[in-house]
Design a protein around this ligand. Sequence first.
Ligand code: AMP
Length: 494
Amino acid sequence: MVNTTSQCDDIIDDYGLKGAFCKLSGHCGVAGVTAEKESASYVFLALRALQHRGQESAGIATSVDNQIECFRGMGLVHEVFNTQRLATFKGTSCIGHIRYSTTGASELKNAQPVVASSSIGDLAIAHNGDIVNAGKFRDELREKGWAFFTTTDSEVMIRLLANELVNTGGDIFHALQNLMRVIIGSYSIVLLVGGKVLAVRDPLGIKPLCIGKLNDCKGYVVTSESVAFDAINATFIRDVAPGEIVELGMNRYKSYRNFSGTVAPNTHSACAHCMFEWVYFARPDSIIDGVSVYEVRNKIGKKLAEEHRVDADVIIPIPDSGRAHAVGYSEGTGIPFREGLIKNRYVARTFIMPEPSMRETEVKLKLNPIKSVIEGKRVVLMDDSIVRGTTMRRIVQMVRNAGAREVHVRIGCPPIISPCYLGIDMKTRSQFIAKPSDSKRQDYTRVAKMIGADSLAHISIEGLVECIGIPKGNLCLGCLTEKYPVEIPGERTR
Ligand code: AMP
């Protein structure tokens, strides 16, 4: 029997699915642990270390005697779970999820893990990514008479998996392989099934996922980012390979890969790691697919110093996202690095505020200039990326008001000109301040004017690829190039 508790009523449907279905999309964090003791506490700590990946909701599920217990709530991990709550999770296997807010979807029903009853017992799933062809499956299945309760890709995925479990006589590995053959998109998944934790990474390895070994007791862990291992005293073993399924045990983990046909037929490269993890999303102290996030950001700053030098008196990062890039730019140019903008730590990321008007006011609350660092100076402002330009426009104005003589903006990501369909909350062309034509000509004067800067420059795509150090063909650069690693209706593939 599934036991899902949360801060709202559960949904129970005719197909035995229970729990609040969620939109399995966007940037999220996942963790799964099999441990001799206190597996829920490990997941709790791992999720706290991954909190930057999502602040909207948190959930943990455990398995006891093949029954799943799950609790989800709105808010930060430590607001949803306390010691008493964690003590109720008795199982040795646990999975957890933190969710990133996307506009209009800040509701508990969108929280994960999602729990369902299947032919082999309870299943729980936590997912980071976006399934591109979920809509197509939903339409096909609806025509066959399946009823759907939501329009979410999570419902589609869990129903397809439950169906494959029937087709494969309850063999979860074959069911997963069959699922991986047909779903297209990005997915780093942790699953709780038959009392075990399984981890699955999509065949292109778009979203990060890595395996570690616990040091304080027997057991293994998978998480979105290696930084979580430091928090729970686990040793990093390796990244989960694209297309791999991993089963965690107490004394070892098992790996299943190279299934024929698990690379969906219409994908176009061996792998396609999302460049935005290194540029912005991941914590700088994480190592993703063998590459240190901090070092990439530092190299980006140095590369920008080569590509777009400017005479200035001071380089100021937009905290915290521009800090490592700014150190690199300072090292590359010799321009002194100073903290000229101070961040209020207790204000959440402005990007994820659901309403644009809230975002604008929050920028002021979030950042405050130090006049003595800025007044009378030629300032270089450094940030990781510009999406809509709202944040940068406000900051440039703020720095001018603090007395800057000139304001030059340097950005550690090439112009974002195309939507992300694979898990980052940048969904519509109309929201981007940059246009494909700016990007093609590498002429940023139009946007510089819009944000009120004396000059604006972005790192080049080639420069970015060099800094990440992974071949261009193995990165997803869809939001920069308008060419995607999987087929997306109406878009070009690379
Ligand atoms: P804006 O240009 O006003 O849309 O804001 C861009 C800023 O938000 C960047 O400086 C990043 O630090 C941050 N950012 C960029 N993309 C995202 C995203 N998908 N989710 C959250 N924050 C983001």
